[in-house]
Design a protein around this ligand. Structure first.
Ligand code: HEC
Length: 146
């Protein structure tokens, strides 16, 4: 009698373990991670480092703060902000360096200024946090054509 109980207990434990492991494979938890990875790969420039920010959030922030000068899709506006989709300057910077650049901006007195128009620090929106700037950088990477 004791043996039967032990056997049943063992069988139950084995079934539980199998159910836990087997069920795990089909659980939907795996999907968001995969989608995130795919999204990150999409946002990253060809052969470049994967961006750490969230490009979707970055797009909203970009439209709110940067698009006034750089255009709704970062294509630039004549006499205002430069085209971001083909910029070698942007391509040459790491994500961290780009965040630092955006925080500093590029005044008209800066020898690197090419348009005679100022790029204001944080695009003139001092409330943007480093994390939000990283999101904007992820968006900028996603629209870059090179
Ligand atoms: C008031 C207009 C204005 C706003 C708003 C603005 N920018 Fe700019 N930005 C400029 C101008 C003008 C330049 C080019 C300066 C020059 O002549 O080199 C520039 C240049 C840049 C560059 C360098 C591009 C290159 O190829 O040299 C980056 C990157 C950039 N801006 C990012 C941003 C981001 C991100 C935002 C939003 C947070 C933003 N800008 C908001 C005007 C603006």
């Amino acid at each position: 009698m004791k043996r039967t109980i032990i056997a049943i207990s063992v069988a139950l434990v084995v079934m539980l373990v199998l159910a836990a492991c087997g069920g795990g494979k089909d659980k939907p938890e795996a999907t968001p991670a995969a989608a995130e990875a795919a999204q990150a790969a999409e946002a990253a420039p060809a052969g470049g480092a994967v961006s750490q920010g969230d490009a979707e959030k970055g797009q909203k922030l970009f439209v709110a703060t940067c698009s006034a000068c750089h255009g709704p899709a970062g294509e630039g506006i004549e006499g205002l902000g430069k085209d971001m989709t083909t910029s070698d300057f942007i391509a040459g910077l790491s994500d961290e360096e780009l965040v630092e650049f955006i925080k500093t901006g590029r005044d008209t007195g800066d020898p690197a200024n090419t348009t005679g128009v100022a790029m204001p620090p944080k695009g003139g929106n001092p409330t943007l946090t480093d994390e939000q700037l990283m999101d904007i950088v992820a968006y900028i990477r996603s629209i870059h054509k090179q």
